[in-house]
Design a protein around this ligand. Structure first.
Ligand code: ADP
Length: 397
């Protein structure tokens, strides 16, 4: 029986899941947070039962010790369920990492080198990797990158029409993110349809707080909406998505906004929050249904962008066999799914309103009509399981 530990570290927290790979069953999960703050906090859940721990956690190494204590005190036993490998989520693999990679000191240096591309994410991941390698020093550790799946994009999809010397000097190109989820969902969709992934053209909408859409051709990402950073593309909970970059130049010149203020504006104070003061789709839906114009406009801007990308990717792929929706909004909000594909009947896309409304939580559901040429699916994503699969495969190579 193989067990894999999956770790997702930030600069002041990390989440973990212990996964039994035969049934892809979660044996335990938890969260260690407020590392480096006066009062640290940890939560360990096993067989559905949660345990909380409050105590200062000076650094990631102390965090992993706390996690090992939690396993020892509340189970399951790590002797009985010893992980054969540890998988780490890493946001940015640049153009260097195109697949899950066994971590050694050189890989650590490379992840560190790429921190200039993801200053908020890679340094935290690296702290987690270093502490975890000390805590589990006898097993392989594997880095699974959010960008890796998109490394198959062709140059015309990943190149910005930006002056070449400047772009090359600063490594500015489109990288794409959410790759682990897009890979998992496109493979799950193919398996559900009982068709080889290599023969399918797919569009995958990952609509969570962050949101992106990917065109997948024969199992390979050929275009995706996030670019140099996770800011590009769809309207998100707090991010603008696509916007004329001249707006930023204008705000800097005319309103005197600083670099940090602009960063904050487009990443944290825009999107659905910026338009209607909330990023939870339940809240916005209720307000729009009550007739509030602001909430309705936010939803309309959001779905207008989804349709634009659906059309663009259907054109890039020359039509699709399957379109999938995943993540918080994609899995739960029927009216968003319907609006995202409205008007695409000419391309063979037809949603069945009742199937869409009744899609069951946590299960793959087909929401297209029997007559629809394109299968439209709701597919629950599972990034941890995908990281665990890739970790096990890389560790066994
Ligand atoms: P993250 O990107 O943070 O992982 P999720 O995939 O969990 O995000 O998605 C979070 C978003 O999903 C929330 O902001 C909310 O808008 C939406 N969401 C989650 N559950 C529901 C639900 N039952 N109904 C409507 N919206 C939901």
């Amino acid at each position: 029986m193989s067990v894999v530990l999956v770790v997702n570290s930030g600069s002041s927290s990390f989440k973990y899941q212990l996964i039994e790979m035969d049934g892809e069953r979660v044996l335990a999960s938890g969260l260690v947070e407020r590392i480096g703050e006066a009062a640290g906090h940890a939560e360990h859940k096993t067989a559905g039962e949660p345990f909380e721990i409050e105590r200062p956690i000076p650094n990631h190494t102390a965090g992993f010790r706390l996690m090992l204590d939690a396993f020892a005190n509340h189970g399951p036993s790590l002797t009985e369920h010893a992980p054969v490998a540890v998988g780490h989520r890493v946001v940015h693999g640049g153009a260097r990492f195109f697949e899950a990679t066994l971590i050694d000191d050189l890989v650590e240096i490379n992840i560190d080198d790429l921190s200039f591309l993801a200053p908020l994410h890679n340094p935290g991941a690296l702290q987690g990797i270093r502490a975890a390698r000390r805590a589990f020093d006898a097993v392989p550790h594997v880095a699974v990158f959010d960008t890796a799946f998109h490394q198959t994009m062709p140059p015309e999809a990943y190149t910005y029409a930006l002056e070449r010397e400047t772009a090359e000097k600063h490594r500015i190109r489109r990288y794409g993110f959410h790759g682990t989820s897009h890979k998992f969902v496109s493979e799950a969709a193919a398996a559900y349809l009982g068709r080889p992934n290599s023969e399918l053209k797919q569009v995958v909408f990952h609509l969570g707080n962050g949101a992106s859409v990917t065109a997948v051709d024969g199992g390979r990402s050929v275009d995706t909406s996030m670019g140099f950073t996770p800011l590009e593309g769809l309207v998100m909970g707090t991010r603008t998505g696509d916007i004329d970059p001249a707006v930023l130049i204008h705000l800097q010149r005319r309103a005197g906004l600083t670099t940090n203020e602009l960063d904050d504006l487009v990443n944290k104070r825009s999107g659905l929050v910026g338009l209607a003061g909330a990023n939870d789709m339940r809240d916005l839906t209720a307000r729009a249904q009550a007739g509030e114009a602001e909430a309705q406009l936010a939803i309309d801007v959001y779905t207008h962008r989804l349709r634009a990308y659906a059309g663009a990717y259907l054109a890039q792929l020359g039509g699709a066999d399957v379109i999938s929706f995943t993540a918080g909004v994609g899995e739960n909000v029927a009216h968003i799914r319907a609006a995202a594909l409205r008007g695409l009947e000419f391309a063979g896309v037809e949603i069945d309103a009742e199937r869409n409304e009744n899609a069951k939580r946590g299960e793959i559901t087909r929401i297209s009509s029997d007559a629809s040429r394109v299968a439209v699916l709701v597919v629950p994503t599972d990034e941890e399981v995908e990281i665990a699969r890739q970790t096990l495969a890389a560790a066994q190579e």
